[in-house]
Structures are given as C-alpha cells and as structure tokens.
Design a binder for this molecule. Structure first.
Ligand SMILES: *Cc1c(COP(=O)(O)O)cnc(C)c1O
Length: 220
C-alpha cells in the first residue's frame, strides 16, 4: 500500500467532526510530502527539535501538533509556530508554554494529558491532579495559553473491552472538567484519543482527534 492509498482508506472510516492527525515521527520529509500532496494538512510529531526542523523545510500551511512528552527547556523550539500541544502533563510545563507564548506574542493551544492506561510508563495527570491545577491561582494567571481539551492513550493490549473502558473514562473526565471549569469556554471541546490500533473504538467513545502514524506511513 502507498501513503496516499492508506490515507484515503483511513479517511473513509473517520466521520466528519473528527480530525485526523497524521503522526509522522521518525519518518522522512518525503513521506510527509506524499501525504500532504494527497490533501493531508495536519501532522503530529513527538520530539520538539524534529518538529521544528520539519516545519522549517516543509510547506507553510501545514498545521503542526506536538503529541509527545516534552521537557520544559524544549518548548522554545516549537512555540513560534506550533498549532497545538497535546501533551501537557505538569503545571511547570504549562507555565513554560505560557512564557514562550508571551515571548512570541501568541496564545498557544494546549490539551491536558491524562493517564488512563494501566502501564506506568505513560505520562499524564490523574483527575485529582488536574482539578488541583485548574483551581489554582497560578493556572488562572496564565493568559497566553488556550486549553482546548484533553488527551490520553489507552493501554497497549488486545483487550478491546479494556481499551473501550479507558476511552470511556477519558470522555467522562472531559465532561466533568467541562461542566466544572470550562462551561463558558467554547474552545474547550477536544478529546484527543485513538491511535492506529484503537482509533475506531476511540471514535465510538466521542474522540474528536485521532493520532495515526503506522497505519498511514507504515511501521517504525
Ligand atoms: C506514535 C504516537 C501515535 C501514533 O501511533 P501509531 O500506533 O503509529 O498510530 C499517537 N499518539 C502518540 C502520543 C504517539 O506517540
């Protein structure tokens, strides 16, 4: 299968209202261009410097999403242009994004990442931690960020029942936060969940953004 063929068969399975983020991490620019020429304009990367380098040399109308765990000292590489950072997992990181937003005179879109999987290795807030963050005075002072919703990754397992439960849990966290902290914030509307192996389950559980890499570009 070719990249354009993969893309077009995947797009047939994604309803309108769900955004496809083509995850191009580790893939060469020539692969990204093939997807771009087939009409895909939204790409995701998980390393700040790789993202910045690709942005430099690829077409300017690409919308770049940062989806991977990030150290605060890397935010500066992507702050001038990144469309959205999905992987906010600490107040410190959020403060740095805000600081870089001020420096670049822009408001940076972010999602709060939640730990919904069984594996310890995955990053993200618990519901309690997020509530503490959202109620804090420090958070309320951050004016150069725009919290657009939440993100999470399910456990890597064959057990679709478990995956479905984890996505459903993320959806319930979204609804609670929306009603407790973001009622008057129409921008808070995104649930970024679903990867190549589980995105159809995620869509059934109200995902608004799916992040697909290997099913478009092949294995890494
Ligand atoms: C790599 C990655 C993806 C895409 O994974 P695939 O299984 O290749 O679709 C999605 N989200 C995050 C956070 C990733 O790091």
């Amino acid at each position: 299968m070719s990249i354009p063929n993969n893309l077009s068969s995947i797009l047939k399975t994604i309803p309108p209202g769900v955004k496809l983020i083509a995850v191009s991490k580790t893939k060469p620019e020539s692969d990204i261009l093939q997807a771009y020429q087939a009409g895909q304009k939204i790409f995701g990367e998980n390393k700040a410097q790789e993202l910045a380098a690709k942005c430099q040399s690829l077409p300017k109308d690409i919308e770049w999403h940062m989806i991977g765990h990030m150290q605060s000292n890397k935010v500066k590489y992507i702050a001038p242009f990144v469309h959205m950072i999905h992987s906010i997992d600490s107040l410190n990181l959020l403060k740095e994004v805000n600081k870089q937003g001020i420096k670049n005179n822009r408001i940076i879109n972010v999602l709060l990442q939640f730990h919904i999987a069984e594996e310890e290795s995955k990053f993200g807030f618990s519901e309690e931690e997020a509530k503490e963050l959202l109620s804090s005075r420090e958070f309320s002072e951050l004016k150069n960020i725009n919290v657009c919703g939440i993100m999470g990754m399910a456990t890597f397992t064959e057990n679709t029942n478990q995956i479905q439960k984890e996505f459903s849990h993320l959806n319930s966290i979204f609804k609670k936060l929306k009603s407790e902290y973001f009622t008057n914030h129409p921008n808070f509307k995104e649930i970024s969940m679903g990867m190549s192996g589980d995105y159809l389950i995620a869509i059934k559980e109200a995902s608004t953004m799916v992040r697909l890499g290997s099913s478009i570009f092949g294995g890494r």
